[in-house]
Design a protein around this ligand. Sequence first.
Ligand code: SF4
Length: 763
Amino acid sequence: MAVDDSPWQPTACILCECNCGIEVRLDAGGTRFERIRGDKAHPASKGYTCEKALRLDHYQNGRGERVLRPLRRRADGSFEEIDWDTAIGEVAARLAAVRDTFGGSSILYYGGGGQGNHLGGGYAGATLRAFGARYRSNALAQEKTGEFLVNTELLGTTFVRGDVAHAEVALFVGKNPWHSHGFPHARVTLKELAADPDRSLIVIDPRRTETAELADFHLAVRPGRDAWLLAALAAVVVQDGLADGPWLADHAVGVDEVVAALRAVPVPAYCAISGVDETLVRAAAARLARASSVAVAEDLGIQMNRHSTLSSYLEKLVWLLTGNLGRPGTQYAPSTLAPLARATRPGGAAGGGPQLPVSPVTGAPIIAGLLPCNIIPDEILTDHPDRFRALLVESGNPAHSLADSPRLRQAIASLDTVVVIDVFLTETARLADYVLPAPTQFEKWEATFFNFDFPRNVFHLRRPVLAPPDGPLPEPEIHARLVEASGALDGFDAGPLREAAAEGRAAFAAAFFAASAADPRLAAVAPVVLYRTLGPSLPDGAGSAALLWAAAHRCAQANPDGVRRAGFGEGLDAGERLFDAILTSPSGVVITDDVWDETWRRVATDDGRVHLAVPWLLDELAALEAEAPPGDDPDWPFLLSAGERRSYTANTIIRDPGWRKRDGGGALRIHPDDAARLGLSEGATARVTTRRGSAAVLVELHPAMQPGHVSLPNGLGLDHDDVGQRVVTGTAPNELTSGADRDRWAGTPWHKSIPARIEAVTG
Ligand code: SF4
């Protein structure tokens, strides 16, 4: 593997979906990031970073416990190192035994990548098919699946984004882009919005966040009551005659049903429930309606909260009723190089909800091909014959990241076989029967499929900037070995395809399609076949990028005009040129250059129009009136937001607490009035108790919190090595959460409004 020895090497930040381009300079030993700066050549981020990227050496060289050899659990519970042949042989044999005894459907796959690493997971499908596995899940299924479902119902497409940078009005719902980002140059864009008297920023968030501080309208909703507020906001649009009737007549169906439902919303009462002054709600609705363009972004504040799918729907009704789709500064549907999630096609509303595939034990809806994370323990801890028996985890840490960690640990411990592919000995890896070590994200070819830019969409294939240590194998190699050990490629001779690849990609394409037609088994494990045949011919050891060859061709076929405008020509050559550009653009490349009408081409409803009425969500809207909103239970006087994004939080990827410049222990934020009432001072210790658990936490007095609302950061409660001792820093949020607290449709958890008690710890 070639490692560039120029002083500055391009790569990307791996701490949020923006994946800003960065350049790193190594120290004299070639192992540490001596300096990090934004990469001006990156087509999307253009040199921008936030503070997090500059401390990435704590990921690469931090005090997390690195795994360098395959590990096997001994009978006494400890691990022993084994060689790769033994590990692959035993893992394949155990997965095959589970498949042969209980069926491949009893093998669950979790993960496939985080904020910076999706390339390896792209090969996992081959492994799953080789062992007959059908079910998978990952973090998207505890955050985004409700929104995916709503987008698909309304527009027939999974991903819809807001063009915040060019909007006259930006609306953020349960989102603080100052810390969660979500679009390029987030802080610059927010400041520009705030400084321009002709533009407006509207924020719906219980906290007075950094973004809310910049806002023209801050609708400080009471925690967990977003659905009432969003219903009121959408209702004002209808009741005050602010909807864009001509646009709706041209572009939407189901308008009458939605208008009727929103006319029935008691706006004053819902504003009162939400805790937001009715005048402010009406003023925000009027501002949205009179804007020439509105871009909207929702995030975990509603996606991990009560009524999350309904809230997503109501948020989208606000921008659809005001005609904000498919124009600059509004919403768009991006192109993709490789889809991040499978398309969901609900099959109508019979039976009171969307008709979706369901999980084998609990019958939970599977959205975008993903099992709801919250139901995973219920799919294991049962004597149901179709329960999961084996778990393959790749680049994920469900034992820490998913609701009710104690129960998930119990579920994992009950499985026949648990295999974890990871860089570090994570909380989940410690529960595994086998741990298969991978290089860090800076030691291998890597990429994400978080490609949502518009109109110029960007893909960045990152080169390794450090030599990997001896021992770990990149995920594509692990999957290739597992597939080969499964027997799925027995008798397949890779030689002729390799020879064709050495001749050139035209020869390879012809040979590959001929081989696939002659041997249908190859299609099922195509990523591994590409890796083993095309991979060795790729320059600079870029074999892991082999599956991007197929992705580039699919992208060129699906987006011929955008790919042509991006400079890659037409027809089959366009896919080849796009693939070449990906391989030879170390700072990333524009893959499509769209026009706004492309969004309408990607609207995939049967008639190409917006299907505004979603009957099962309109039923849930109607039922809000009779529901007691959360937060008034004297036994649980606080609502806890578990997993707040802060300046130095990053899910679970950085295990070294030293990376946090501030808030090292991950304090509980509490309003000063609440703290005074409880006798808590800054830095004091409090006990937070939920129905599920209890933890001692440090206290931070924070006027941005509402009285009655407290928050804990995400990514805390990880352990690290401290001079031979394993030390845990902060509180793991999911020791306090319950799997049963979840959205009725998407199964996404209610982490942002957990009933809690707080008391001072004395002595
Ligand atoms: S964490 Fe900051 S630097 Fe890193 S990708 Fe996100 S916005 Fe960019």
